[in-house]
Design a protein around this ligand. Sequence first.
Ligand code: AMP
Length: 218
Amino acid sequence: MMRMVLLGAPGAGKGTQCKRIVERYGVLHLSSGDILRNERAKETELGKKAESYMDSGGLVPDEVIVAMMADAVEETGESGFVLDGFPRTVNQASQLDNSLVSKNKQIDIVLNLKIDDRLVMERMTGRRSCPKCGAVYHVKNLKPKVEGKCDKDGAELVQRPDDAAEVVATRLKTYHQQTEPVADYYRENGNICDIVAEGNVDEITSLIFEQLNTFDKV
Ligand code: AMP
């Protein structure tokens, strides 16, 4: 039963690695981006509030996010979890800590995925997804059989608005200004390990599992 945070730039592969962590360790996946996208799809008040921030590459205000994620953590009950995309500011991290201390659910380990900006740009601007089934492709690294069409249902592939080049540039700037200091926060207040996330997906998973297995035995 572990409580983890996965930190890293947008496009570092947090979502993919979280899925593998979930399968291997049986924890729950709490992705702030996924929860927000779900709220938008349902056209809730929260979703509408988040829309403009998300599409411009900026951050949704801390008070909105912290309340949303505190609810999500509350719902995990006694299960372990991995936080993905949250906390993204030092203020979010310290508010999260305060709320976890009061519930006796402190974070056990923080994994910090490190990747070069140029690689992020290439990965994200090339990403395409199917609006029907959600399958994800890449124009260079994971091409569909027919250009621009989903292999599973033939739907026209689309680019997420926040994967457009100028938005990715803004997201990277936001990451360096606001989220990188979160790693320093955990260096002072927690148990953090850096993982170089530039190899292939399986290699990165091995590095993560190595850290988690060591921790599990402590
Ligand atoms: P993601 O899928 O994690 O990259 O999140 C997509 C977008 O949702 C981000 O670019 C932000 O606009 C917003 N978002 C997700 N998580 C947070 C957070 N912890 N704080 C503020 N905004 C967030």
